[in-house]
Ligand binder design. Structure first.
Ligand SMILES: [Zn+2]
Length: 135
């Protein structure tokens, strides 16, 4: 069978892969989860908006404890996307120490296959890496 599915609904596996958000049609606030009403203005009308694949690292933490099958340490970050939208994800292809992470300012979306089911369908996750590094 094959094919790929995104690990979260807001990851779109077009070429190029990108994130999309529910966008309040009144005040343009963005939400990854579905809302009955906008937390900013109360409007109940939303559309979809594709978000940029690049952005700026706002904050990070190095995670040392996780579920048994999750390798640690890893780097969890908050990214302010160019043109709007803020997303929490993992920063990959970086040493998990503050000296290395502090070097990273501009980041870009990256995706990878996390697992494959018995039908050959791949689950695809996303994260960020330093822009212009790797690949
Ligand atoms: Zn709104």
């Amino acid at each position: 069978m094959g094919g790929q599915i995104p690990i979260v609904d807001y990851l779109v596996l077009d070429e190029p892969a990108h994130l999309r958000a529910h966008c309040c049609e009144k005040c343009r606030a963005l939400y990854f989860d579905r809302r009955n009403a906008c937390a900013s203005c109360g409007s109940a009308t939303f559309g979809w908006r594709d978000l940029a694949n690049s952005g700026e690292l706002r904050a990070y933490t190095i995670v040392h404890r996780a579920s048994p099958k999750v390798p640690t340490p890893y780097v969890s970050v908050v990214v302010d996307l160019d043109g709007g939208g803020t997303v929490k994800a993992n920063l990959v292809d970086v040493e998990p120490n503050p000296v290395a992470i502090e070097e990273v300012r501009r980041v870009e979306l990256t995706t990878w296959v996390v697992d494959t089911d018995d039908d050959g369908v791949e689950a695809v996750a996303f994260g960020y890496r330093q822009k212009g590094v790797g690949q």
